[in-house]
Design a binder for this molecule. Structure first.
Ligand code: ARG
Length: 462
């Protein structure tokens, strides 16, 4: 018999039970569902809608049920549709008729919205912790590599020398912004829908402020129609998780390139690489590739829910039951990807010499050679022209700017003197870039210190 069976003269077809039910995937909300029910009945008793005895029986029944679920002693029933009605039916079976009073003044519509918010808040905190650990690892690598010179790229062509520290800290900024997004998402969704009922509240004197406080919400959703139909908070989460995946994917792409034979900038630890079933020599970067691949899947989760929501009239519609699998999928994916990526970074070997010799090729010091002429009085556009010719000369003679003789330099401009070689050395190119935000060692040390302070002051979201 369904909890809502009164109005029906026959039972649902079994394929309808199967199609309609969400217990397969919403059973993971059991803790939040019980937590919400405990707050609800506590408030009902305070408002004299339930007696204290009734409240106590329901709460201890719910607590026992939670333990039984945790111990795997409970089988959920597909014909009870979802976690909310499964818990209510199980409670009725266990403590009898008093449990039938639990749903007074409540609807599954405000219940499910409350459960999801409670669940997501916990998951945001967990994911934020993973991002925090990733940031710590990036910072510790950055501290070791303020003097590790590597080529920086534009258009994936060697452009100017930089350091590995500078490169890494670009990702620090991205993941730090991601934490900001997690925090604003958390704060924006920290409102209680409970008490909204089906969509129009109820005639019982519910104290919504009280349940909001019991459940740890900052405030209540002010419009009860919005409270039950809003899934913006899940879209905020999915967008934020998509951004994190996008950043992980860009970083993964670089790691895949860097460990290729063409770059050889890094070596992945054997424990974080995989082999080939046919080619004995292979050591493949499956982990960053999978992270790059799973990014598409998380974007899909976001697009899926955006599309589900776009045509929904107010207030509750069953379509929103589809919010769960995509949100859970994205959360599960992130909870796998971030920690494994952090370990991969932490265990990889950085080949400093290869990075440095990579920066020696590709004329990465040409801008600095042009700037040298500017400092000697030549307008920049003319200096650019001189350097263009010098680079072409090097290309034709299979050499580079550091190998040319002073004579060869002076043929193109008399402004060149012996000190040009010092001016275009990789160390000068990097360490004379003393502009804030740039790669010079002192600048990176300042930035690393700021990052350290940030991590110390922002260890958790709450
Ligand atoms: N399982 C449902 C969901 O996830 C719970 C709410 C059902 N409400 C209703 N009026 N049928 O959305």
């Amino acid at each position: 018999m369904k909890l809502w069976g009164g109005r029906f003269s026959k039972s649902t077809d079994v394929i309808v039970d199967d199609f309609n039910s969400s217990i397969r995937f919403d059973q993971r909300l059991y803790r939040e569902d019980i937590e919400g029910s405990i707050a609800h009945v506590t408030m009902l008793a305070a408002a004299d809608i339930l007696t204290n005895d009734e409240r106590n029986m329901i709460i201890s029944g719910l607590k026992d049920l939670e333990i039984a679920i945790e111990k795997n002693e409970v089988t959920f029933d597909i014909s009870a549709e979802d976690i909310h009605m499964n818990i209510e039916s199980l409670l009725i079976q266990r403590i009898g008729d008093v449990a039938k009073k639990m749903h007074t003044g409540r609807s599954r519509n405000d219940q499910v919205a409350t459960d999801m918010r409670l669940y997501i808040k916990k998951e945001i905190v967990a994911i934020d912790q993973d991002v925090f650990d990733l940031l710590s690892t990036i910072l510790s690598l950055s501290g070791q590599h303020t003097e590790t010179i590597m080529p920086g790229y534009t258009h994936l062509q060697k452009a100017q020398p930089t350091t590995f520290s500078h490169h890494l800290m670009a990702y620090f900024e991205m993941f730090k912004r991601d934490r900001d997004r997690l925090i604003t998402t958390y704060n924006r969704m920290n409102q209680s829908p409970l008490g909204a009922g089906a969509f129009a509240t109820t005639t019982y004197p519910l104290n919504r402020q009280m349940t909001a406080e019991l459940l740890g919400f900052d405030s209540i959703c002010l419009n009860s129609m919005d409270a039950v139909s809003d899934r913006d908070f899940l879209l905020d989460v999915l967008y934020t998780l998509s951004m994190i995946m996008m950043h992980l994917s860009r970083f993964s792409e670089e790691i895949i390139l860097w460990c290729s034979h063409e770059f050889r900038f890094i070596d992945l630890d054997d424990a974080y690489s995989t082999g080939s079933s046919i080619m004995p020599q292979k050591k493949n970067p499956d982990i960053p590739e999978l992270i790059r691949g799973k990014t598409g899947r998380v974007y899909g989760d976001l697009m899926s829910l955006l599309t589900t929501m776009k045509g929904l009239p107010l207030a509750y519609n069953k379509d929103t039951q589809e919010d769960k699998e995509v949100t859970f999928d994205a959360i599960d994916t992130l909870k796998m990807c971030i920690p494994i990526f952090t370990k991969l970074l932490d265990t990889m070997t950085v080949r400093k010499e290869v990075m440095r010799s990579g920066a020696e090729g590709g004329f990465t010091n040409a801008t600095d050679a042009a700037d040298y002429l500017v400092k000697k009085g030549l307008p920049f556009r003319d200096a650019h022209e001189v350097l263009g010719k010098l680079v072409l000369y090097c290309v034709n003679n299979n050499t580079n700017l550091s190998e040319l003789s002073l004579d060869e330099y002076q043929k193109l401009s008399p402004l060149f003197t012996e000190d040009v070689f010092e001016a275009i050395s990789l160390d000068t190119c990097v360490n004379k870039r003393q502009v804030i935000g740039g790669p010079a060692k002192e600048q990176m040390e300042t930035v690393n210190q700021l990052a350290k302070d940030y991590l110390e002051k922002n260890a958790t979201i709450e």
